[in-house]
Design a protein around this ligand. Structure first.
Ligand code: ADP
Ligand code: MG
Length: 251
């Protein structure tokens, strides 16, 4: 489903290279965890997958279902099923969360040549998905993410994911800011979406999240490259020994 080949990317503004020859393959149905110390390039990778214009790809390619997405803008990528849950969700004053969800869902439907959802059907879907995440309707009346707690922001990201039903889900540090109950709710929400035709890239720097969302593969990202890959035992090893050993080994 996703094949990243020798990817090099830099910050558009000042030319600093952040991603330095990154290779990664993720199959449909797979949950791949990306781990790595702060500043490794994890969020940068997620932005580049989503198509954020602040970064330039200088070499390599990103294939999604066998086709390069480098020339696609963020809206085209989203319509084709790519979804990013942000590490730091943006606040959008003046746009009620419910309105945002409605526009997001209907924009995708439009891009796919489907009819807009009728209001009762939309409300039904949102209520159902929100209920499962312990999000009440009052929160959905508030402007998106404005004044939301860290945990509320993360739950709002997962709500969007549930409603949009993407095929390639990138979750950037979804566990940060969540207490243990919220972590359980969010993980259950993610696990319910696991399916043979969907893949997840779960970015985290703690092993904790991976007790709840058990990955098929674990990759360590350091200085813009994948320096080690393995199964979930690699995450356990990191939890016990930290990154130093693996970084030395790679060097
Ligand atoms: P991680 O998510 O693994 O903690 P990031 O992808 O956020 O790492 O950042 C990787 C490195 O790139 C960091 O040193 C960060 O400061 C730098 N960086 C990323 N994006 C920008 C940007 N737009 N402007 C300046 N520095 C950036
Ligand atoms: Mg990050």
């Amino acid at each position: 489903m996703l094949e990243i080949k020798n990817l090099h990317a830099r910050i558009a503004e000042d030319g600093t290279e952040i991603i330095r020859g990154l290779n990664l393959t993720v199959q449909a149905g797979e949950v791949a965890a990306i781990m790595g110390p702060n500043g490794s390039g994890k969020s940068t990778l997620s932005y580049i997958l989503a198509g954020r214009p602040d970064y330039e790809v200088t070499e390599g390619d990103i294939l999604y279902n066998g086709e390069s997405i480098l020339e696609m803008d963020p809206a085209e990528r989203a319509a084709s099923g790519v979804f990013l849950a942000f590490q730091y969700p943006m606040e959008i004053p003046g746009v009620a969360t419910m309105e945002f969800l409605k526009v997001a869902m209907n924009s995708q439907r439009k891009a796919r040549g489907e009819e807009e959802l009728k209001i009762p059907e939309l409300l039904k879907r949102v209520k159902e998905a929100a209920g499962a995440l312990n999000i009440n309707m009052d929160m959905l009346k508030r402007p998106l993410n404005v004044g939301f707690s860290g945990g509320e922001k993360k739950r709002a990201e997962i709500l969007q994911m549930k409603l949009l039903q993407p095929k390639l889900c990138v979750l950037d540090e979804t566990d940060s800011g969540l207490d243990i109950d919220a972590l359980k709710i969010v993980s259950d929400g993610v696990n319910a979406l696991r399916s043979p035709d969907r893949a997840f890239l779960v970015i985290t720097h703690y092993q904790r999240l991976l007790d709840h969302i058990v990955p098929d593969t674990v990759h360590v990202l350091y200085r813009g490259q994948i320096i080690k890959s393995g199964d979930k035992s690699l995450a356990m090893e990191l939890e016990q020994n930290g990154y130093a050993g693996i970084i030395d080994e790679a060097a």
